[in-house]
Design a protein around this ligand. Sequence first.
Ligand code: SF4
Ligand code: SF4
Length: 298
Amino acid sequence: MRGLIGNISRYALHDGPGIRTTVFLKGCPLHCPWCHNPELISHEPEVAFYAERCISCGDCQAVCPEDAILMHGEKRIDHTRCTGCGLCTKSCPAIALVMIGREYELEELVEVLLRDRHFFEVSGGGVTLSGGEPTQQLEFTASLLERLHNEGIHTTIESNGIFPRETFASTCLDHLDLILFDLKCIDSAWHQEVVGRGNERILENLSCLLKTRARDVIVRIPVIPGHTATPENIGQIADHLRKLNVCRYSLLPYHPFGCSKAAALGKIQKNSLPEQAMEQDKLGQWQEFFHGIERVLP
Ligand code: SF4
Ligand code: SF4
């Protein structure tokens, strides 16, 4: 069994308790304009181009069998022609072309993750599956969680909440210690318009999860200027969480992480996002909406 992995990040401190290794799986059904990991939205491997490293040697153009390399203009790769063969990334002497997405056999990935077992044990950490949306590769994700849990590793998933509920419950849930559940807004029409899908399934999945695993769920709300960060939206989310008896929440301050990554893929993050990151201390006005619910730092 193989999974398509975008990145593996060791010694992560923000994706659950303790020191963690975070596995970023490719593929997401949403298109949030502020996505931190736009290179993980596609379900296929993609080539990213880092212009600042390029020495204009032309080796990539010489090896491309699809005539997809553009040596002039803003884009280096014509993604309508690129088949993802990876020849250009292997020939580039400057590591300016990088393949995003590599297939791992299940046991190969488990072996990589278990190398950090000592750090997990001394810090109370473990492994976090992120993305993308890890449940887009549900069979692989379920098998990976089961293997890790059988090894005694603490497991966390970061999810946008769009998953087939019964399959997730029967294959993943017993092997999860913590669920970081993203919630962007309550208004489904807004959700559809801004991130590409209505949110009915997300709200249903959250409600069902809380019935059995409330202490193991942290609801995470991205605070995005011009999008989610309005008193109406944050107020509706806070009211909804109180109604569902959510125990813990986090606010995720906006950061323009994804802009340069999107540019490397020849994409532009749109909808006039700010260039500056939001400071943690600017979250105070939004925290006030969540009185009665325990706040957890991301
Ligand atoms: S991945 Fe293959 S097809 Fe795509 S640009 Fe590189 S060499 Fe050409
Ligand atoms: S092979 Fe690498 S360094 Fe050379 S032109 Fe292509 S991207 Fe630039």
